[in-house]
Design a protein. Structure first.
Length: 283
């Protein structure tokens, strides 16, 4: 089962090894790959796949009929998004401000036609590479979760087994799983604190996997988020706004303080203007 994580990691490393072209997304059903600059979509009997770069949304639905050994699918970045720090100053990204969450729902039915088990699986990886500057390095975090359900000859549930394999390398946090069980689970990735020096580049990739086999179905979707310090804008190679990239909001107190200063400044300018006007009339 480690093959699934190895496949995801290999795909991420391959995607960031070739950056001569702009970012792109892809979906894959079995061995068939569909890619696009901003959108990739594929659907057919027993599957529906979507990848949307602008919203950072990736979805997988896989449905396996009785006797189908595996309905295997991926969705994610075909090439990474590359951000460049052109602000002229270092940018510090707080721990957890690059993150992703995955929600997986598993559905299963009793054995039909001699089948005595069903299998459902989801997996995911988040990868960041910083090129240049003191903060350069690779940061990777990934997971795999699989459930096998076993039935009695009369179709009643016998038992189920599950296996959760979180992993992390290069300083990224281990994926946390919540609510895992026979019906799926929720999984969260988070990157550590990162430093992007002036002129440095940050490449980001995300991959999602979802499989179903033997009278089962898997429904997987995600959220992706990149939060920058207030007022900081990084250029990217996409060319369109990315809804999942935002800024830390300025606290309300700061806005009120700034508004108060502006008001007082306006009052002071008005007083000076009135004094100057009075002086001119006296002359």
């Amino acid at each position: 089962m480690m093959n699934r994580i190895q496949t995801l990691v290999a795909g991420l490393l391959l995607s960031v090894s070739c950056v001569v072209q702009a970012a792109a997304v892809y979906v894959q059903h079995q061995g068939d790959v569909t890619q696009g600059a901003l959108l990739a979509f594929d659907s057919g009997a027993g599957y529906s796949l979507n990848a949307d770069l602008a919203t950072g949304s990736f979805t997988i639905f896989a449905d396996a009929s009785p006797g189908v050994p595996i309905n295997n699918n991926f969705s994610g970045f075909f090439r990474p998004v590359e951000f460049t720090n052109a602000t002229g100053a270092p940018v510090k990204i707080d721990a957890g401000n690059i993150n992703a969450s995955v929600h997986a729902s598993f559905f299963h039915g009793p054995s039909i036609g001699g089948q005595h088990s069903t299998n459902m699986r989801t997996s995911g990886s988040l990868f960041v590479r910083i090129l240049g500057g003191a903060g350069q390095g690779d940061f990777l975090t990934n997971f795999q979760y699989q459930v096998s359900v076993f039935y009695n000859p009369d179709g009643s549930l016998n038992h189920f087994d599950s296996e959760y394999l979180p992993g992390a390398t290069h300083g990224a946090s281990v994926v946390t799983g919540a609510g895992t069980g026979i019906g799926g689970g929720n999984f969260h990735f988070a990157m550590p604190a990162l430093l992007l020096d002036s002129g440095a580049r940050l490449q980001l990739s995300f991959q999602l996997g979802g499989d179903a086999a033997d009278s089962s179905s898997t429904n997987v979707f995600n959220t992706l988020s990149f939060v920058l310090p207030s007022g900081v804008v990084l250029s990217n190679d996409v060319g369109v706004p990315l809804a999942w990239v935002s800024n830390v909001p300025v606290p309300a107190g700061v806005w009120l303080f700034g508004s108060a200063l502006s008001f007082l400044g306006g009052v002071a300018r008005a007083r000076r203007a009135r004094r100057a006007s009075s002086a001119m009339r006296i002359r």
